[in-house]
Ligand binder design. Structure first.
Ligand SMILES: [Zn+2]
Length: 444
């Protein structure tokens, strides 16, 4: 934004050569808000100022540490900290869960490995079982006895011995076999011991505690919804309060403002048209009296100037012009639109002086048509673009205004203009007109 380059802020009242670059926000009624850098340096309370450049150049997301006024200053600090915080809560939740999943998986894998290692140590080979059984049952010995065939009597004896011996070893065999069976059983039942169902359930129960937190945040969201409604109501009522405060401030300040002359707003804004001798017209600004003087010498037969200060349709303007002499026969002042299209034809949105041309500002509202110039005659113009009208009032309390066919166009941009002409048989004349007062107001 380059607005600040176009606007020339006033000089500091205290340090005359410095232009204001700060606004003082904590002010007394009689204070001026415009302050220069030196003023701020002289004041310990820098928090009471706003830097104009920052107001113009900062992005929408810029937060002033000292604006708007609030009761708890910490809130602004909190807000700034939060806005500057780059962390992304969505990513944080993603990370938290992903880490949890990863660590959880690792832990389970680790437990699985430990259990399998343990199982491996208990491993029982089926071939080994057969070997042990073979040994305990002495099947080989039995086979050997039966294979003798030849001597049945001996075989009978050997078998008797074998069985007898086997029964003798019954207890011992039983104990060995029992151990074997136990071992196999233990191995086979091992998975049952590590039934993970219970662990799973208790972990799931733990995880379900997250539901409570979700439930809490739902409640928080509902409460935020209610608070948003309250906030909307608050903003609504704040707008009302704004209006009420505005109205009372307008009344309060209007009394002060009523006599504020803003002629300086037009200073150096004069533009000279290409028409005839326009450029010979002289415009000077008296800084002490706040007066702009427009001087037309005898050599100018036709010409006009305008002030390139845009008049707003939502504002109203009071302009006071003072004559210093009888002038010539044809002077018009009023407004010209931005296309300057009606200027060659003389502005129709103005009032003519010196000649009773009732086309120009000739509608009488009160008193009579007035067009006389004389030393110290003051004419007041009240410009109201929204209502398409300019009223001209002279000392004698006659009020004239624009003809219905010459009304302003509320959609156009207008500038204040002064036109000087000369009727055919008229002698050349010189004249001096002063703009002694200019004020932008919200209401008349
Ligand atoms: Zn200063």
């Amino acid at each position: 934004m380059d607005i600040n380059k176009e606007i020339e802020f006033p000089f500091c009242k205290k340090h005359k050569i410095e232009r204001a670059s700060f606004l003082q926000i904590k002010i007394e009624e009689q204070d001026n808000v415009f302050k220069c850098a030196q003023c701020v340096l002289d004041d310990n309370q820098t928090k009471d100022y706003l830097y104009i450049n920052t107001i113009f150049n900062s992005q929408d997301d810029y937060i002033f540490q000292n604006w708007p006024p609030i009761s708890n200053q910490q809130l602004i600090n909190d807000l700034i900290e939060l806005v500057q915080d780059q962390s992304d809560p969505i990513q944080m939740i993603e990370d938290q869960f992903n880490n949890f999943i990863n660590e959880f998986m690792q832990k389970i894998q680790q437990k699985k490995k430990q259990v399998l290692q343990c199982l491996q140590q208990l491993y029982v080979d089926k071939a080994e079982i057969q070997n042990i059984y073979k040994k305990l049952s002495s099947k080989d010995e039995l086979q050997t006895i039966l294979k003798q065939k030849v001597d049945l009597e001996k075989m009978n004896m050997d078998l008797k011995k074998f069985f007898f011996k086997s029964f003798e070893k019954k207890k011992q065999t039983n104990a060995s076999l029992q151990l074997l069976v136990q071992r196999i059983k233990y191995y086979q039942d091992f998975p049952k011991m590590f039934n993970l169902e219970q662990h799973k359930n208790s972990i799931f129960e733990q995880l379900d505690l997250i539901d409570e937190k979700i439930e809490n945040s739902n409640l928080f969201r509902e409460r935020l919804g209610q608070q948003q409604q309250e906030l909307n109501l608050l903003i609504q009522s704040q707008n009302q309060t704004d209006r009420i405060i505005n109205d009372s401030l307008i009344n309060k300040f209007n009394e002060n403002l009523i006599n504020i002359n803003q002629v300086r707003l037009l200073n150096k804004k004069e533009k000279f048209s290409d028409l005839c001798q326009s450029k010979l017209i002289k415009v000077t600004y008296d800084i002490n009296k706040d007066i702009i003087s427009i001087y037309k010498c005898q050599d100018v037969h036709q010409g006009y100037i305008y002030f390139s200060y845009q008049l707003q349709r939502n504002k109203k303007y009071i302009v006071r012009v003072r004559f210093n002499d009888k002038g010539g026969k044809y002077i018009i002042f009023g407004l010209v639109d931005q296309y300057l299209e009606n200027l060659i034809l003389k502005t129709k949105q103005g009032k003519s002086f010196g000649d009773s041309d009732t086309k120009y500002g000739g509608k009488i509202v009160q008193g009579s048509y007035f067009n006389e110039m004389n030393k110290d005659i003051i004419i007041e113009m009240r410009i109201d673009i929204q209502n398409q009208q300019i009223q001209f009032e002279n000392n004698e309390k006659s009020i004239n205004e624009l003809q219905p066919e010459c009304l302003l166009d509320a959609n156009k941009i207008y500038y204040l203009t002064f036109y000087f002409g000369k009727l055919k048989n008229q002698l050349p004349y010189e004249t001096l007109i002063d703009i002694i007062y200019f004020q932008e107001v919200d209401h008349f």
